[in-house]
Design a protein around this ligand. Structure first.
Ligand code: GDP
Length: 472
């Protein structure tokens, strides 16, 4: 991109970098200082259009301890298809688990907040599955506090269950296992506990530390107990936020509504959002004209962990975009414009994802402690063998984590996980599907495929030793 802006060849830019002592590859993002120096070599001066954005991002005020008050946990439900995620979300949404609230939740707004018998609240993200969860993480938004993994007791721990677990673990979010469909005659919850233990996930009943609850989502049996466990977990997490400041948070979803204009569901993470506030969300901005909850009721304000639909933005921001209230409308507008302009002019990544080539360099810089790897292969045996041997490459300085492994081709979900966890993707006798490949290109995730175990081991080893020759 720099080369084309200066109308020189990429090789010239790379050799200019080399002559400055900076070893780079074609797709690497240059540091601001290097950019300035390199441009100078070619007689250009660089102006950073996003300087304000950077300062805006870092100006985040840290709340002092006494301003922090408890907030509701934010929960995502994940699991294999047909294991009962939607049924669970629907049951919680519609039933009287929610005491003292009249009228069920009618609208789907992407998230909802329920009040339990004891007055405590829980916020559910209403998009089951790990794609949305990890897509948001890949955009830098960590929204979920607790993940409920739904596993059907009349089935096995399935590939998507494993994936969901890997995604939750990679995000460092605690899980609660909901063993569902226990009403079915062929339900075998012990089988599920057994299979989980085989993955090193030991539930409490079996002496482990992971909470689990047998439920029947369809009939609502023991869902209340599951929610109690969510609250218990939340207590341990000591979730807090400062409600007494201007609001910030994350966009959950947004769309264009025929009658109402742009409608965005946002989740307040800090502060309190009020009608009339001026909002900047991603590239969009506007005055909050109205706020609605999931029951379609008008709200005047919304505090931490509360999801609301807001009307009044000038467009539809992307899920995972951060939002913030601005006192100064002009400032919000100008930042929105700059973001828009930036996106149009260039697609410079905010974050450079890890490649094997870059690994040696980062290790040499000494800021690198863990190498995350996602491993997919054609048969279980080779996946296990490769995973074993890769793990054995761990040294005192660098530990190798296989954050997800499985049999089958590389999927979009794998690529998203790699993007969110800065992991290396390795395929053994498998390739990426077309969609996964496209996503990997877009996210600049490198996928390395091998058909000989030793070739894979050698390359990772060489990369760790910083000896892999860069692919220019
Ligand atoms: P999702 O794909 O994970 O969202 O699964 P759904 O919630 O759509 O459920 C898949 C199917 O399983 C539906 O036909 C549900 O009615 C059924 N189901 C879900 N939970 C239970 C349960 O607790 N017991 C029984 N018997 N069926 C259930």
């Amino acid at each position: 991109e720099l080369a084309s802006l200066m109308d020189v060849s990429a090789t010239e830019v790379i050799s200019a970098c080399f002559s400055l002592g900076v070893m780079v590859t074609m797709n690497q993002r240059l540091e601001a200082d290097t950019l300035t120096l390199v441009a100078d070599e070619f007689g250009y001066k660089i102006e950073f259009a996003d300087a304000d954005l950077e300062s805006e991002a870092t100006e985040e005020v840290v709340d002092s301890e006494e301003d922090l008050l408890p907030r509701a946990p934010i929960v995502t439900v994940m699991g294999h298809v047909d294991h009962g995620k939607t049924s669970l979300l629907d049951y919680v949404r519609k039933t009287n688990v929610i005491a003292g609230e009249s009228g069920g939740i009618t609208q789907h707004i992407g998230a909802y907040n329920v009040k339990l018998e004891g007055g405590q609240r829980i916020t559910f993200l209403d998009t089951p599955g790990h794609e949305a969860f990890t897509a948001m993480r890949a955009r830098g938004a960590q929204v979920t506090d607790i993940v409920i993994i739904v596993v059907a007791a009349d089935d096995d721990v399935m590939p998507q269950t494993k994936e969901a677990i890997a995604h939750a673990q990679a995000a460092g979010v605690p899980m609660i296992i909901a063993i569902n469909k226990v009403d079915k005659p062929n339900a075998n919850p012990d089988n599920i506990r057994q299979q989980l233990s085989g993955m090193n996930i030991l539930v409490e009943e079996w002496g482990g530390s992971v909470q689990s609850q047998e439920i029947s989502a369809k009939f609502g049996n023991n869902v209340d107990l599951l929610l109690e466990k969510v609250l218990l977990q939340a207590e341990m997490l000591e979730l807090k936020a400062n409600p007494n400041k201007t609001a910030n948070g994350v966009v959950i979803e947004a769309s264009l509504d025929k009658g109402r204009g742009y409608v965005s569901t946002i989740l307040v993470q800090g502060g309190t959002l009020k009608v009339g506030d001026y909002l900047l969300a991603g590239k969009n901005h506007g005055k909050v004209k109205a706020m609605l909850d999931e029951r379609g009721r008008q709200l005047k304000e919304a505090g931490p962990s509360i999801p609301v639909t807001v009307l009044g933005l000038d467009g539809a921001p992307t899920a995972g975009d951060k939002f913030k209230v601005y006192e100064d409308e002009r400032e919000a507008k100008s930042i929105a414009n700059k973001r828009e302009q930036l996106q149009r002019e260039q697609t410079i990544r905010t974050k450079k994802h890890l490649t094997l080539d870059e690994l040696g360099r980062r290790i040499a810089l000494g800021d690198f402690k863990e190498l995350n790897i996602i491993l997919k292969g054609d048969v279980d045996g080779s996946v296990e063998a490769l995973s074993d041997q890769l793990q054995r490459l761990s040294t005192e300085e660098i530990s190798i984590n296989i954050i997800h492994k499985g049999v089958g081709q590389i999927t979009e979900s794998d690529v998203l996980l790699a993007a969110a966890s800065d992991a290396i993707m390795i395929g053994f006798n498998v390739r990426a599907g077309a969609n996964a490949k496209e996503l990997a290109d877009r996210e600049e995730i490198e996928i390395r495929t091998y058909s000989v175990i030793y070739a894979a081991i050698d390359e990772v080893k060489e990369a760790m030793e910083g000896m892999l020759s860069p692919e220019i």
